[in-house]
Design a protein around this ligand. Structure first.
Ligand SMILES: Cc1ncc(COP(=O)(O)O)c(C=O)c1O
Length: 391
């Protein structure tokens, strides 16, 4: 296969990176292949590097005011990628999508109110509800041989007990890209039951051929129901620069969330994050295309290896993200035994499925945003473990 810049193995240890340096703290061991936390082991685009260098060459780092280029980058990206017309007034700048979810939960619901999520799902969705004394309302997704879908009767029944629905679009960890039809059906039901929607679209730029990401707020007349969270942090690998935006067309919702953001002093932003955000969305589309080609080859390698050589393991079809959702229930291990097998025998750090809800027991999430040789090594280790456990 042709060499790629993404093949380069970069030693991240000692750089203070959570994925590598927190291994002893989280897994009790150091030398594991880290395929857990959702960032990629790739350097950022040259455009982002240059923008950060330029900012460093102006070495004053006081409080920031986002200028028109920041807003233009966000507006044009949505227009070009998703054909979604948004305007500057709708944008609320925040330090991350998770803080955006928490701000929305706090300003749009009261203690005791229900907040709906679809499991298995990204763990902080649970915390954003439980930590602030709201009530978790769960509509589990239906898993049919690894393919996840919505149980529409359950979804509607649960909406009756919710004020807010946190939608993961595309969905981490099952990597589904919700279709236009599914989004319309969800939106109409939310409208019918007067439930607001926080749509977390952080993975919206990482979508594989044959699928397309659609912002739910741009469909039908859903815009006034929706708070949309977007950020270049996953797709351009800049999660450590803490810069994201909420897009909220409804002035009433925007005022509530925006004023809490201001009161908590979360709005001023990070001097480097702002520049990286602009350089990502305005200047790095070509880099993202190259990245997607590379991730797509990793995805195909992973799916075909599992289908051909590990038929007792199920990988959910990967439509988006650099995260694979793997079903190891055929091994008949408890979640603790499963984690131990990966850590102690295979020396692999994967994200335990139980973190995504009880329906994640027996599953692991594998991050394939890494050089191909690392992915091959990880798959070889899984094959060995499979042989050992299933003999
Ligand atoms: C669905 C989803 N939302 C939010 C985040 C984190 O967003 P942030 O770092 O901007 O808070 C992640 C990170 O993996 C994610 O997968």
């Amino acid at each position: 296969m042709k060499q790629s810049k993404f093949d380069a193995i970069i030693d991240r240890r000692g750089s203070g990176c959570f994925k590598h340096d927190a291994l002893p703290m989280i897994f009790g061991q150091d030398h594991l292949l880290p395929m857990w936390v959702a960032d990629m082991d790739f350097t950022v685009s040259e455009q982002i590097q240059q923008a950060l260098q330029n900012r460093l060459n102006h070495p004053l780092f006081g409080y920031n005011l986002r200028l028109s280029d920041f807003y233009a980058a966000a507006i044009n990206w949505q227009q070009e990628r998703n054909k979604w017309e948004i305007c500057k007034d709708w944008i609320v700048a925040i330090p991350g999508i998770v803080p955006g979810i928490v701000l929305s939960v706090l300003s749009l619901t009261n203690p005791g109110d229900g907040v709906l999520i679809q499991t298995p799902v990204y763990q902080p969705f649970f915390d954003a509800v439980k930590d602030f004394d709201r009530k978790l309302v769960i509509s589990p997704l239906v898993n049919t041989d690894g393919v996840y879908s919505i149980d529409w009767d359950d979804f509607e029944a649960k909406l009756k007990h919710a004020k807010l629905f946190i939608l993961c679009s595309p969905h981490n960890p099952i990597s589904r890209v919700w279709s236009r039809e599914e989004l319309i059906r969800m939106g109409r039901l939310c409208q019918k039951h007067k439930v607001l929607i926080f749509s977390d679209e952080i993975h919206g730029d990482i979508v594989y051929p044959g699928f397309s990401h659609v912002p739910i707020a741009g469909l039908e007349d859903f815009t006034s129901l929706c708070i949309t969270g977007v950020s270049p942090s996953k797709s351009f690998n800049i999660a450590g620069l803490s810069t994201a935006v909420l897009i909220i067309s409804n002035p009433e919702l925007r005022e509530k969330i925006g004023s809490l953001n201001t009161k908590m002093h979360l709005y001023l932003g990070n001097s480097f994050g702002i520049q990286a955000f602009i350089a990502a969305y305005r200047d790095s589309a070509a880099w993202l295309k190259e990245l997607m080609d590379y991730l797509d080859s990793n995805r195909i390698l992973l799916q075909t290896t599992i289908a051909n050589e590990l038929p007792n393991i199920i990988v959910s079809p990967i439509e988006s993200t650099f995260l694979a959702w793997l079903d190891f229930r055929a091994w008949n291990l408890s979640q603790r035994e499963l984690i131990d097998a990966f850590v102690k025998k295979a020396k692999l750090a994967l994200e335990p499925g139980e973190k995504f809800g009880t329906d994640g027991n027996g599953f692991m999430r594998l991050n394939f945003g890494c050089p191909r040789s690392i992915l091959v090594e990880a798959l070889d280790r899984i094959k060995l473990l499979n042989k050992e456990l299933c003999l």
